[in-house]
Design a protein around this ligand. Structure first.
Ligand code: F6R
Length: 257
């Protein structure tokens, strides 16, 4: 696991956008896994800037989002479908046919989840998966206790996640109780995972993700078993890591050959 510690949110976002840009330059038809939430918004802004300045072409990029709230139609302003269009897709030259955000209103969720998994496979698998981390250590909506081998499925959110996400809704009661999410096993099949975290609230889950035991109680810790995981954190999110000096040293002295 490569741990990159940045001064602040802006630096974290720029570093992440550069990694995504380089991946698209290497493979213009990159299969890119995307996350919602506050954390990647700065990265998406930076990607839009790169597109506007002619540094990036998304015309062949294929995207798969991690998750969606159950019960919210795509045009609901709190749906992840709406969020992704508002924060990224409406501002770049992505082909709408290449965009995949799970549906929160499928008729048969079991069938739909299998279809989503099949679509990822058909696209050749995810090359680069962007991730955030919940204050309870989740990736996607894989809450504490989820099998680290889980696949795309319908899940129940924890009260902590509902509270955390109520900041986007008028009242806590409006936050959906269920979501559809790629599983930990699905995420682990991405060729590269790029997890971003900022702020003090993420210091505890980040310390387990990077240095704690691998446990289904912090599903992000499964990334310790991933052969190519990059974790970019700001100083506040890194504040509970024990081996900060080594991570900085290893980053400054990373092999460039
Ligand atoms: C969102 C997702 C979640 C978030 C996590 C952090 O698609 O999969 O795992 O990444 O809840 O959310 P923020 O960034 O709002 O702190």
């Amino acid at each position: 696991m490569q741990v990159i510690i940045k001064e602040n949110y802006d630096e974290m976002s720029k570093e992440a956008a550069q990694i995504i840009r380089d991946a698209i330059h290497l493979k213009p038809n990159l299969v890119l896994g995307l996350a919602t939430g506050s954390t990647p918004v700065g990265t998406y802004k930076e990607l839009i800037r790169m597109y506007e300045e002619g540094e990036l072409d998304f015309s062949k990029v294929v995207t798969f989002n991690l998750d969606e709230y159950v019960g919210l139609p795509p045009n609901h302003d709190q749906s992840y479908h709406y969020f992704m269009h508002d924060k990224l897709f409406n501002h770049i030259n992505i082909n709408p046919a290449n965009v995949h955000v799970p549906s929160g209103i499928a008729k048969d969720f079991a069938k739909y989840c299998q279809w989503y998994e099949d679509e990822i496979k058909k696209a050749g698998g995810i090359d680069l998966q962007v991730l955030g981390i919940g204050s309870d250590g989740h990736i996607g909506f894989n809450e504490p206790g989820t099998s680290l081998a889980s696949r795309t499925s319908l899940v129940t959110l924890t009260e902590e996640t509902i509270r955390d996400n109520s900041r986007f809704f008028e009242k806590e009661e409006d936050v959906p109780r269920f979501a559809i999410t790629m599983g930990v096993g699905t995420i682990m099949e991405a060729k590269c995972c790029l997890l971003l975290a900022n702020g003090e609230k993420k210091a505890d889950p980040v310390s387990v993700l990077v240095e704690g035991p691998i446990t289904s109680q912090v599903t992000a810790s499964a990334l310790q078993m991933h052969p190519n995981a990059i974790v970019i954190v700001d100083k506040a999110a890194a504040s509970k890591l024990k081996r900060v000096d080594y991570y900085k040293w290893a980053y400054e002295n990373r092999p460039r050959f």
